[in-house]
Design a protein around this ligand. Structure first.
Ligand SMILES: Nc1nc(=O)c2c([nH]1)NC[C@@H]1CN(c3ccc(C(=O)N[C@@H](CCC(=O)O)C(=O)O)cc3)CN21
Ligand SMILES: CC(C)C(=O)C(=O)O
Ligand SMILES: [Mg+2]
Length: 265
């Protein structure tokens, strides 16, 4: 199969085809996802939670991310692979360029950074030097210690307007994709309409250009805790490959997410 590219993802937005995205951390699952039509694979720093058993993504290192990015790339040579830059690996411009380079050389097609205003210069510097950037707004898990918990963001109109403004600035700085996490449906829709780059939502309602879930959540593997936006696609499916296919199909058809998977308002 021909390789997935950012240009093809952009075209999906223009043509109104939803983008199906999942996280993967190893070769075997990445291969299965690519075979089942998942458009974009994220090597998420959520590996801190689901692979390493930690309680946040803060302890995850660039060495961890490089290792898992290389594993995923070996399993899915033609997939579009995006890798999270982990906590404090992009605190300064020098670190940003050095660490993003490591992820690209491990096989990523794009790097993802959490944040708004303060990242504008970094996004510009990365893009100018040939490193494609996915921005990430809304709930920023790496900032959990500042936020004091994982909560829906942008519920107040002033915050919503600020988020839209940041999204536009990130696009202007060169970001080519935007992840929106845990925001009200209406804000997910407003941001998506305000941008020409694709938005990929997780708990951002049905109107973003695509959807992403953590693989373990969509396979029902978080028994003690499941965020509202997660859905178990393995339940009622014939196997893991069928669960990935059903996720892809339901994202493309708009069946997922239902209102119960999103934050109204
Ligand atoms: N397994 C897993 N799935 C994830 O989606 C995920 C991770 N790990 N680790 C990194 C971050 C942390 N994330 C989280 C964690 C908790 C909530 C959560 O509990 N949300 C509340 C919102 C409550 C509210 O403000 O209304 C919820 O009930 O969904 C959301 C996202 C998303 N990411
Ligand atoms: C939840 C997604 C967007 C993520 O950043 C991760 O898996 O780390
Ligand atoms: Mg992440």
């Amino acid at each position: 199969m021909a390789a997935m590219t950012i240009a093809k993802l952009q075209k999906k937005k223009q043509q109104g085809e939803k983008i199906a995205s999942l996280t993967a951390y190893d070769a075997s699952f990445a291969k299965l996802m690519a075979e089942q039509g998942v458009d974009c694979i994220l090597v998420g720093d959520s590996l801190g939670n689901v692979v390493q058993g930690r309680s946040s993504t803060v302890p995850v290192t660039i060495t961890d991310m490089v290792y898992h990015t290389a594993c995923v790339r070996r399993g899915a040579p033609d997939a579009f692979v995006m890798s999270d830059m982990p906590f404090m690996s992009y605190g300064t411009l020098d670190d940003t360029l050095k660490n993003a380079t490591q992820l690209m050389q491990a096989g990523a097609n794009m790097v993802k950074l959490e944040g708004g205003d303060w990242l504008i210069d970094s996004v510009k510097a990365l893009t100018e030097r040939g490193i494609p950037v996915c921005a990430h707004l809304g709930l920023l898990p790496q900032s959990v210690n500042v936020l004091g918990g994982y909560r829906v963001q942008g519920k107040e109109e002033a915050q919503a307007l600020h988020l839209i403004e940041q999204a536009q600035q990130l696009e202007a700085a060169g970001a080519q994709l935007l992840v929106l996490e845990c925001i009200p449906n209406s804000l997910g829709k407003r941001v998506t309409q305000a941008l020409s780059i694709p938005t990929i939502g997780i708990g951002a309602g049905p109107d973003t250009d695509g959807q992403i879930l953590v693989m373990h959540d969509m396979l029902g593997m978080n028994s003690d805790y499941l965020p509202k936006f997660a859905k178990n696609f393995l339940a009622g499916s014939d196997g893991i490959d069928a669960a990935f296919r059903r996720f892809t199909d339901e994202v493309k058809s708009g069946a997922f997410p239902a209102l119960k998977h999103s934050y109204e308002g």
